[in-house]
Design a protein around this ligand. Structure first.
Ligand SMILES: [Zn+2]
Length: 212
């Protein structure tokens, strides 16, 4: 729904925002419930899996350290682009304006995908969590069968890349996913939440939840 079409008098607006520095700290904490089980599974699975069932992938690059460094950088860059494209793909079905409502950008060296429309909390949550299961989960599953510690570390880095998304999903957990509307912010990390007022006519309140 376009923001201009929102009957603001029928909603209570709450801001859930945070600074870029805090968002980077969240990236270290919020993915831990996914990173720790993955690490334990990887280590346990590696110890249990017979050698004959592992995929032996030989490194195609010459053994030169900076080539490995560049390969790592390229891999992470591709992952970051993929991460944002997955957000966009999950925003799209909920957008009236389609592709025109999706904006890509880079802020504080961090790429982002922003939707210029109000979305239901259900659609917003789906988009926030999508990179985790669309990108990280398949890579994590494949990494179990490849005896490669670099791939293991890359998978952990990829999961930690969903830290900001996991923070916002956690911050919005108390809201009704069907009736609550969310406006993603591109000027700051976070979003505005619009909860329908049960008895319209009462003056809408504007509150802020800086670090929920
Ligand atoms: Zn994200």
């Amino acid at each position: 729904m376009y923001k201009k079409n929102l009957a603001v008098e029928k909603y209570t607006k709450t801001e859930h925002t945070t600074s870029f520095i805090a968002a980077n700290l969240y990236a270290l904490v919020y993915p831990l419930p996914f990173m720790i089980p993955y690490a334990l599974l990887f280590i346990g699975f590696r110890a249990w899996l017979p050698e004959s069932m592992t995929l032996q992938v030989s490194n195609p690059l010459p053994d030169v350290w900076f080539l490995s460094f560049i390969a790592l950088f390229v891999f992470l860059a591709v992952f970051v682009v993929l991460h944002e494209l997955v957000h966009a793909a999950f925003f799209l079905p909920a957008c009236e304006g389609g592709r025109k409502s999706i904006v890509f950008g880079v802020k504080m060296l961090t790429p982002y995908c922003h939707c210029e429309e109000l979305l239901s909390l259900r659609a917003y949550r789906r988009s926030c969590l999508a990179p985790l299961w669309v990108v990280c989960l398949p890579v994590a599953a494949i990494s179990l069968f490849i005896p490669n510690w670099e791939l293991f570390l890359l998978t952990l880095i990829m999961i930690s890349g969903s830290g900001g998304d996991l923070w916002i999903v956690w911050a919005l957990r108390k809201y009704n996913a069907n009736t609550t509307l969310v406006y993603d912010r591109d000027d700051i990390v976070g979003c505005n939440v619009y909860v329908p007022i049960e008895n319209p006519g009462v003056t809408p309140a504007v509150t802020s939840a800086e670090s929920n």
